[in-house]
Design a protein. Structure first.
Length: 193
C-alpha cells in the first residue's frame, strides 16, 4: 500500500517467421521489427513502472544478427533497438495524438534543447502528419532516421545486401509536418539554437 512496485519484464519478443535457424532461430521480417518498435513505444510510455525489459532469446541465441562462416547481417529486429538506443532522449514527453494510423512517442534531452519523436507507420500507405511541439524554441535542424524495406516480409540475410535498412537525412525546411513512409519506423531529432 502506497509502495511503487516496478515491473521486470523477463522476456519479450515479436515474430511471425519460421524457426529456420534451429529452436527459436527465427528469420525476422520487417513486420517483426515494426512489432519490436511498438513494444518499445509502450515501454517508453510506461517507463515509470518498468524496471527492466529483456529481449527474449538473447542469452542463448544471437537474435540480433544472423551469420554464416564468412558473413554477418543485422536482423530486422535489431534495427529499431539500434535506432532508439542511439537516437532517443532520456526524458519522456507526454504525447497527445489524434486518432490515426501512426503510433507516436516523444522524449527530450536533459537540457530541453533537443526533442526526439518516434513514429511507427504500420500501414501500407505513407501518412502525412502535423507535429506541434510546445516548450521547444525555434527548431534550427531536423535529422530524420527511417527504417523500412520493400514489403512486410522483407528480411536481411548474411552475404546479401540488406533489404531492411536505416537511412538518415536532414530535413532542410522544417514546417512542422512530415510524411512517414509506409511500413516504417521513423525518429525525428529536432534541435534548437
Amino acid at each position: 500500500k502506497g509502495k511503487k512496485i516496478p515491473i521486470a519484464m523477463d522476456e519479450y519478443n515479436y515474430w511471425h517467421g519460421r524457426e529456420i535457424y534451429g529452436q527459436a532461430g527465427v528469420r525476422y521480417q520487417l513486420r517483426d521489427a515494426l512489432g519490436i518498435a511498438l513494444a518499445l513505444h509502450e515501454m517508453f510510455r510506461n517507463n515509470d513502472m518498468l524496471y527492466m525489459a529483456n529481449l527474449a532469446q538473447t542469452a542463448r541465441l544471437s537474435i540480433s544478427t544472423k551469420k554464416t562462416k564468412t558473413h554477418a547481417a543485422f536482423d530486422t529486429i535489431a534495427l529499431p533497438l539500434v535506432m532508439y538506443r542511439n537516437n532517443f532522449g532520456p526524458v519522456r514527453v507526454k504525447v497527445e495524438a489524434a486518432n490515426g494510423p501512426l503510433d507516436v512517442v516523444a522524449s527530450r534531452s536533459d537540457d530541453g534543447k533537443t526533442a526526439y519523436i518516434g513514429v511507427v507507420n504500420g500501414t501500407t500507405e505513407p501518412v502525412e502528419a502535423s507535429l506541434k511541439t510546445t516548450g521547444l524554441g525555434k527548431v534550427t535542424h531536423v535529422k530524420r532516421l527511417v527504417m523500412t524495406g520493400p514489403d512486410e516480409n522483407s528480411y536481411n540475410q548474411p552475404g546479401k545486401p540488406p533489404t531492411v535498412t536505416i537511412r538518415e537525412d536532414d530535413l532542410a525546411h522544417w514546417t512542422g509536418s512530415a510524411t512517414f513512409d509506409n511500413l516504417s519506423v521513423t525518429i525525428l531529432i529536432l534541435s534548437q539554437q
